[in-house]
Design a binder for this molecule. Structure first.
Ligand code: ADP
Ligand code: MG
Ligand code: ZN
Length: 483
């Protein structure tokens, strides 16, 4: 019988409220200057009192709704007591037995993962240990920033599934607008708990902290599963401990052994009132839920018939998908009036141009609509010109690049440069005959069975038309004339 891995995650996300959790200081994770966003409350001066940030409470409740949780109608804050240089009060205001949200779940590709609870607490400051000196420094800018903690049931069974779950969660946080959830910046932090067992009874769990990317989450879990199995196979035991991830060696290493459970001496925070939410209050928050990634996936597939790979790009890039839909909506009248049946072809063209040609122009940068010069109306007009074969795909590339750089509408670009697709067959025929006369060798090659010669000849024709002819009609006409 083989070992079954059991994994549970604890995920922290800094909420993107304007101010901190219990004072009016700015919540700005991008502030580089130390100890700028601080006040007597978040540095715990004697006599100061906290006031809860309602926006943060609402953001956690909103997240709870999105993750199918039961939302508490009564909740409170508790003190979690422990000493650390970067927690100025000597305790952290958190939630113990009455979290805002509990008993939810999230379905990812590979299964349904239970969510035990989501609660609200405050972040700590950060310590800096400069090299070569005998002191440490502390920066309280982050102290008191609202922090949401989500704990899962031990339902996860592989590194890949853990990473999928965390990725989907990050996307949901972004859709909800509750957290920027950037892992590199530490705005979203994932801790994993792992054990392996051959029986129904769970094995001893090990916790891994400070994993700063989805890749590392997956790698660390897979490494740890193998390490634990090897220990057990060698008749050794797994020690309950906290481990870290060594980026270079790609191994986990012991950080501290858990001799006994921490005694945080939790008790209700006496300086904050308990919270009561009536039905209407919760309903109002629920009504602000946007469309979530999973329903967008389904809708985009059904409405636009996009391919799987395209779907995922649109779902993960919210701005781009919103732009896509704005362009599509520009077509609604036209499609009705013109009675065009090829609606799906239009959707495909829009998607293809946004995801391939435009992506090339963006050079790997993410699409941000406010920095983008092409209006949805102009983009739709551009697609319409391609659809109606007013411009060929080569011209389209030039036009798009010009639009991208200047924001000028496509018809002005086409007219201004005389790029419209050559419609006059008489003129084209004349050019073709000219090319045939000038290239007797290629013509002879073609006649003796060298099919590549036709490519050369049509290339010559395209050049003479400055790319405005339709390549397939050029080939067709060439063959006709040559035969
Ligand atoms: P602790 O009190 O040690 O923090 P919790 O009961 O709060 O433990 O669980 C923390 C996380 O560990 C949760 O995500 C939970 O699902 C997970 N977990 C609990 N037991 C195990 C186990 N035996 N193996 C793997 N994960 C576990
Ligand atoms: Mg815990
Ligand atoms: Zn403050």
């Amino acid at each position: 019988m083989s070992y079954k891995p059991t994994i549970g995650l604890e995920i922290h996300a800094e909420l993107n409220t304007r101010s901190k959790m219990f004072c009016g200081c700015a919540n700005n994770p991008n502030e580089k200057r130390p100890n700028i966003n601080i006040c007597p409350v978040c540095t715990a001066q004697p006599g100061t009192l906290p006031v809860a940030n309602e926006e943060a409470v609402k953001k956690v409740i909103k997240t709870g709704f999105a993750l199918n949780c039961k939302i508490a109608t009564e909740s409170k804050f508790d003190r979690k007591n422990y000493f650390y240089p970067d927690i100025p009060k000597g305790y952290q205001i958190s939630q113990y037995d009455e979290p805002l949200c509990a008993k939810g779940y999230l379905v990812v590709d590979s299964g349904k993962i239970g969510i035990t609870r989501i609660h609200l607490e405050e972040d700590t400051g950060s310590s800096i240990h400069p090299e070569g000196v005998d002191y440490s420094l502390v920066n309280f800018n982050r102290a008191g920033v609202p922090l949401m903690e989500l704990v899962t049931e031990p339902d996860i069974t592989s590194g890949k599934q853990a990473s999928d779950f965390a990725k989907e969660l990050q996307l949901i946080f972004k859709y909800l607008g509750v957290s920027d959830a950037d892992m590199e910046k530490g705005l979203m932090r994932v801790e994993v708990n792992i054990s392996v067992s051959k029986t129904k009874k769970f094995g001893t769990k090990v916790e891994i902290k400070n994993l700063n990317s989805f890749k590392v989450v997956q790698k660390a879990i897979d490494f740890e599963i193998a390490r634990q199995i090897e220990l057990l196979e060698n008749k050794e035991v797994v020690v309950q401990e906290t481990r870290g991830w060594h980026d270079k060696k790609e191994v986990t290493f012991s950080q501290r052994k858990k001799e006994s459970a921490h005694d945080y001496r939790y008790f209700p925070e006496p300086d904050l009132l308990p919270m009561n939410f009536d039905r209407q209050y919760l309903q109002n928050i629920k009504s602000t839920l946007p469309e979530l990634p999973e329903s967008k996936r389904k809708r985009f597939k059904k409405e636009y018939g996009l391919e799987e790979s395209q779907l995922e790009i649109f779902v993960t890039q919210k701005d781009l998908s919103e732009y896509f839909e704005k362009v599509i909506s520009e077509f609604s009248e036209w499609l009705k009036v013109e009675k065009i049946r090829a609606t799906k072809d239009i959707y495909k063209l829009v998607a293809n141009y946004l995801l391939s040609d435009l992506a090339g122009l963006l050079e790997g940068k993410e699409f941000v609509e406010k920095d983008f010069k092409i209006t949805p109306e102009n983009f739709a007009e551009f697609i319409k010109m391609i659809y109606l074969q007013e411009i060929n795909s080569k011209t389209a590339k030039m036009v798009l690049s010009e639009m991208f750089g200047t924001g000028v509408d496509p018809s002005s670009i086409v007219e201004g440069n005389n790029l419209g697709q050559m419609k006059d067959d008489g003129k084209l025929e004349k050019i073709i005959k000219e090319v045939i006369v000038k290239n007797p060798k290629a013509v002879a090659d073609y006649k003796s069975g060298n099919k590549n010669a036709i490519q050369f000849l049509s290339g010559q024709v395209m050049a003479l038309t400055r790319g405005t002819a339709n390549p397939s009609s050029v080939q067709e006409m060439l063959k006709k004339i040559l035969s």
